[in-house]
Every structure is written in C-alpha cells, then in structure tokens.
Design a protein around this ligand. Structure first.
Ligand SMILES: CC(C)(COP(=O)(O)OP(=O)(O)OC[C@H]1O[C@@H](n2cnc3c(N)ncnc32)[C@H](O)[C@@H]1OP(=O)(O)O)[C@@H](O)C(=O)NCCC(=O)NCCS
Length: 195
C-alpha cells in the first residue's frame, strides 16, 4: 500500500528582528521577488523605478527595525516558506488601482491585507491559507475591525500564473468569509470582512 500523503504542518511567526534572516533567505531564493522589490510595493515608499534591489532590501529592513511592518511568516519546520502582509491603511497605503479604489471609496478600512507570497516549491499546499489565518488572528488580537483585501478573480478566467496573484486569489478570501464590495480593475475586487 502506498504511504498516505502527509499534510504539511505550518507554524507562523511575525516578521521581526528575530525572523528577518528567515524572511531574507526566502526572498533571496526567489531573486528578490519580482527581480528585487523585497515586498516594498505596499509600503509608503513603494518601489520606485530608480530603486535598486539593495535599496529595497534596506528599506524593508528599516521597517522591520522601526516596527512599521506587519507580516505573518509561514514556516515549514525551520524554513520560512511564505508570508501574508497586513496593516493599517497608513502603513500600507499603496493599494493597486489606487485611482479606481478612491473613486467609490466611502469608508477606509481599519486593516488591509497586502501582499501574499509562497515559495515556488510550496505552492498549492496551504501556505497562503496558513498566512491569512495568522494575519486574521493577529488583527483580531489587535482589536479587529473592518478588513479589506484586493484579490484577483480566478473563476470564469484562464488559469493565472501565481505571480499575478500577489494580492491573493479571490477564492481564498471567500473561504474566509470576505465578500465583494466593488470592482477596481478588470479582474481585481475590493473584498471586505469584519473581524
Ligand atoms: C498566490 C499565492 C500566494 C498562493 O499561495 P499558495 O500557498 O499556493 O496558496 P494555498 O495553497 O494556500 O491556496 C489556498 C487556496 O487559494 C486558491 N488558490 C491558490 N493558488 C491559486 C491559483 N494559482 N489559481 C487559483 N486559485 C488559487 C485555491 O482556492 C486554494 O485552495 P485549494 O488549493 O484547496 O484549491 C502564490 O501562488 C504566490 O506566491 N504567487 C506569487 C505572488 C507574488 O509574486 N507575490 C509577491 C509580490 S510582492
């Protein structure tokens, strides 16, 4: 009889001085993420055209030192295999499709889910699910409120490469009870849920 497949068991830890090296290892193994953004896209500085991978790395490290980043890291044993970023709007102001987002905005959320990432070797094994579970638990712990996500629709569409889904696939957020609020791009929705 074949061995039953073992479900991976993940643990989560916040990105901090203590876990910076684990995070950096995952980013470096993935070419800096998108060629060097170091997950800076949602932060106030964003990733300007002129910024190098080394500058983005340093800017991210600075946020960690100052405590101006909230990011749940997912571990498989000792290895960091993915993350889910979250934060208050002032901490992660750079939502995609900002113009469309603001056009019909009636109420800013208390929290946002920013960028999700899972290392290539670990995709479709529940890493993003574990990261989002951790992020929602941390938000609850911090007082909860209205949480927004900006995922990509995947239903009724050609299968998408993971890279296009860095704000998460819509079906993952549906699983957690998020509901569509409004469309801000052809395939991108604002989804909301109270925690
Ligand atoms: C999008 C991404 C985060 C998903 O991570 P993951 O760990 O593979 O996701 P999970 O295994 O937790 O999937 C949970 C659910 O999300 C949905 N999902 C995940 N990936 C999907 C995909 N490629 N297409 C459609 N749905 C998907 C499914 O509903 C899935 O549940 P199922 O596997 O039981 O069907 C991953 O593909 C990724 O990291 N892509 C690159 C994003 C990136 O470049 N981020 C950095 C930019 S700053």
């Amino acid at each position: 009889m074949p061995e039953p497949t073992k479900e991976p068991v993940y643990t989560t830890r916040p990105l901090s001085d203590d876990t910076w090296t684990d995070f950096a290892k995952l980013v470096e193994a993935n070419n800096g993420i998108w060629g060097g953004c170091w997950c800076m896209g949602f932060h106030p500085e964003g990733v300007g055209k002129g910024s190098t991978a080394a500058e983005n790395r340093e800017a991210k490290h600075d946020h960690v030192r100052k405590g101006t980043v909230h990011q749940v890291l997912v571990f498989d044993g000792d290895e960091c295999v993915g993350w889910c970023q979250y934060g208050q709007p002032a901490e992660i102001p750079n939502v995609k499709n900002l113009k469309a987002y603001h056009k019909e905005l009636t109420e800013l959320p208390d929290w946002r889910i920013g960028c999700l990432f899972t290392g290539k070797a670990n995709r479709r094994e529940g890493v993003a699910r574990a990261g989002l579970t951790g992020a929602l638990a941390a938000i609850k712990e911090a007082g909860g409120g209205l949480v927004e996500a900006y995922p990509e629709q995947v239903e009724d569409r050609e299968p998408q490469r993971g890279a296009y889904l860095h704000t998460g696939p819509e079906n993952l957020f549906e699983e957690f009870g998020f509901e569509r609020d409004r469309r801000i791009a052809k395939w991108r929705w604002v989804m909301r849920r109270r925690v």
